[in-house]
Design a protein. Structure first.
Length: 148
């Protein structure tokens, strides 16, 4: 096969620095569009995105020509700069992130999960949501280093 082909879906989650509720309704829709643009420029297709006030969920494809760490870094650095130009002058994302693989057969389920973030967070806080993902995906973690 002379071509290199791939279609890898990932669910990316990261929070604002110290879980501060920086992201307001005023900025949410434009932030979504901005992040879709960053991903598109880097060869990634965005299936779904939702920015809560203190964290974000992205379901996208992982480009075959860029590392996961590199694409997340590009998203965070560029969107952080943009949010500062939009008046959120002290905006910062947390240093880390979480990524979970998604099979093609579960894309619709994860899209629905992300779309329902506002309802979910009426009942569940972000830390408990992420702990549930860690348990489901059997990710070992140390509470001292997850939240910043």
């Amino acid at each position: 096969m002379p071509q290199s082909l791939a279609k890898v879906y990932v669910h990316v989650v990261f929070s604002t620095k110290n879980g501060h509720p920086f992201i307001t309704e005023k900025h949410r829709k434009n932030l979504h569009s901005y992040i879709v643009g960053i991903l598109s420029k880097n060869g990634s297709f965005t299936e779904e995105v939702y920015a809560n006030s203190d964290h974000i969920h992205l379901l996208c494809t992982l480009p075959r020509t860029i590392t996961l760490a590199n694409i997340v870094s590009k998203i965070k650095a560029s969107s952080s700069k943009w949010l500062k130009t939009e008046g959120i002058t002290k905006f910062q994302w947390q240093d880390g992130y979480a990524v979970f693989s998604v099979s093609a057969s579960k894309v619709a389920t994860v899209k629905n999960y992300i779309r329902n973030q506002p309802e979910r967070h009426k009942k569940t806080i972000f830390k408990d949501e992420l702990r549930t993902f860690f348990e489901k995906y059997e990710v070992s973690y140390d509470e001292r280093y997850v939240w910043d």
